[in-house]
Ligand binder design. Structure first.
Ligand code: DGJ
Length: 530
């Protein structure tokens, strides 16, 4: 058994040779808002969509899908690589599907984010190879209080970890060998919605022993060192346990002890899988979360230990190779979820989102409000082609250089009429933006958009179903008026104006307005006088 890690280490050294420097690979560049994804030296916004779980298991199935995704104006596809199909026999790797994904995406000039369905997918282990599934003695399972084994690998097993990270490292090595030049793959998700369902913690024998030990000093040190920057929902458990610096999990984290324990061990495991992959090919890596669906849910009713918003600190401390934690958003309170995943520098990336007609509105909000790295409705190949996401992605693509030019919060704003509100008052570039969502037309979709303070007294506004009246309380002349509004588009980064919008189209000089329907872009210039 000892031989596996040693061989594994040697293999890493051998394969590690020949990689481009990290700065020349897709990488994350830190900004005040979080980060930008840099691809070939330029910021890149992922206008994405995630395939259904089984789609990437058949290249034939995907053949007609690629051009449809391209026609929907996506620039990136999120696709599964499953352990069972990558390593059908121990030590024999089959890269046919991975190569087919690379080829299919490249033919359409699309990028990929690969999703590693390894030890866990939605809290269970159905994507592990048959040779892992069948050998429960070598690859231990999660147990309940009666000793019953679940179809879930235990995170408390070195053999499970070694087998998973060996396969993941082989995948990343293959990507380095076959994709480092083209850089079709931009990021990798490590596992999928990990966490334990049905019980707050694993009760397999090794897990029980681990729970009896003290909470790791490293984790407690992290909490002590980051006291001013801890997620309050979890800090509360630590504080209620009097900020203890040593003791059992329950002593240190009180009511949150069992969840903290699972989060630490899952994140350690997944972080080590990610680190082994990065040693081969250092792409940005993330872990995605099955979110808590409502406040009354307890750990185990949602996957316990998974990267839900409140345990972000534990994940950060345990898994430094994971660059960001990403919410899969199927909840109605989209804005609140986005905010909860942008605390203390976590960059927002939304690998899954409900694929409804309002997905376009959420995309504009995420890029405008949080400078998101990317946005991806789930089950993208089933999305009806007449959904406004297609037009929205075309506009966001044209606008991407403008969005990326302003990496700091304060120059951009996201607008999304969540839950049917009629109006919003927002501030941008020293102006008050009084936004109304009923400028006329029938209400099929929420109003949405993004606004950029593109110059002194100048804004770019993109979206649909909204109107904006501008005013300011800045010192200076009393009245704020519209100097001119132009609709337009960016072509290769250059502004191409269309109609000059006046009269009925700006309510007699009173407001900027973009009707419901096809999203549009307008540039408004303001002036002030006494
Ligand atoms: C969330 C999972 O992460 C996806 O793989 C998929 O199963 C969706 N749920 C289905 O809605």
């Amino acid at each position: 058994m000892k031989i596996i890690p040693i061989l594994y280490g040697l293999a890493t050294l051998a394969w590690g040779a020949g990689a481009l420097p990290a700065a020349e690979l897709p990488h994350l560049k830190k900004t005040t808002a979080g980060a930008q994804l840099i691809v070939n030296g330029q910021p890149f916004l992922i206008l994405g969509g995630e395939l259904h779980n089984s789609s990437a298991s058949s290249l034939e199935y995907l053949e007609p899908v690629w051009p449809r995704l391209k026609a929907q104006n996506l620039n990136t596809v999120l696709a599964t690589v499953s352990w069972e199909l990558l390593e059908p026999e121990e030590g024999r790797f089959d890269f046919t599907l991975v190569d087919g994904l690379l080829a299919g995406a490249r033919r359409q000039d699309l990028k990929l984010v690969l999703l590693w369905f390894g030890s866990w997918k939605n809290g269970v282990s159905t994507y592990v190879p048959g040779w892992v599934k069948k050998d429960t003695a070598r690859f231990p399972r999660v147990c309940n209080q009666h000793g019953d084994k679940a179809e879930v690998l235990s995170a408390f097993s070195q053999a499970n970890l070694d087998a998973d990270r060996k396969a993941f490292a082989a995948l990343m090595r293959h990507l380095r060998e076959t994709d480092q030049k083209e850089q079709t793959v931009l990021m990798v998700q490590v596992e999928n919605e990990a966490g334990l369902l049905g019980q707050p913690r694993d009760l397999a024998p090794e897990a029980v022993k681990a729970f009896q030990r003290e909470a790791p000093a490293e984790l407690v040190r992290y909490f002590s060192a980051h006291q001013q920057q801890l997620i309050p929902e979890f800090k509360k458990y630590w504080s209620e346990a009097s900020g203890q610096t040593n003791g059992t999990w329950n002593a240190v984290f009180g009511e949150g002890g069992e969840e903290a324990f699972m989060a630490w061990h899952l994140a350690r495991y997944i972080g080590q899988v990610a680190a082994a992959g990065k040693a081969e090919y250092a792409l940005p890596m993330f872990a995605n979360a099955w979110l808590i669906q409502h406040e009354t849910q307890k750990a185990g009713q949602y996957p316990s230990g998974g990267p839900v918003s409140k345990v972000q600190d534990i994940w950060r401390a345990a898994a430094p190779a994971i660059d960001l934690l990403a919410p899969d958003i199927y909840r109605r309170d989209f804005k609140e979820v986005c905010s909860s995943y942008t605390r203390f520098g976590n960059p927002l990336f939304i690998p899954e989102c409900s694929p409804g007609a309002d997905a376009v509105a959420k995309a504009f909000y995420a890029f405008g409000q949080h400078q998101a790295l990317g946005f991806c409705p789930f089950g993208i190949e089933s999305m009806p082609e007449d959904r406004p996401l297609k037009e929205g992605y075309a506009l966001l693509r044209a606008l991407a250089p403008e969005i990326s030019r302003h990496p700091d919060p304060g120059a951009l704003l996201g607008i999304y009429q969540q839950d049917g509100e009629d109006r919003q008052n927002l501030q941008l570039g020293g102006y008050n933006l009084e936004i109304t969502f009923k400028p006329g037309g029938k209400k099929e979709l929420p109003g949405y958009g993004l606004a950029i303070a593109s110059g002194a007294d100048e804004f770019l506004v993109a979206g649909a179903g909204l109107a904006i009246h501008f005013s300011t309380s800045k010192p200076g002349p009393k009245y704020t008026r519209i100097l001119a509004i132009d609709e337009g588009w960016f072509v290769n980064g250059a502004w191409k104006p269309g109609r000059r919008l006046n009269g009925d189209e700006n309510a007699g000089g009173w407001r900027l307005q973009i009707p419901y329907g096809k999203p549009a872009l307008q540039r408004v210039r303001l002036y002030r006088h006494d």
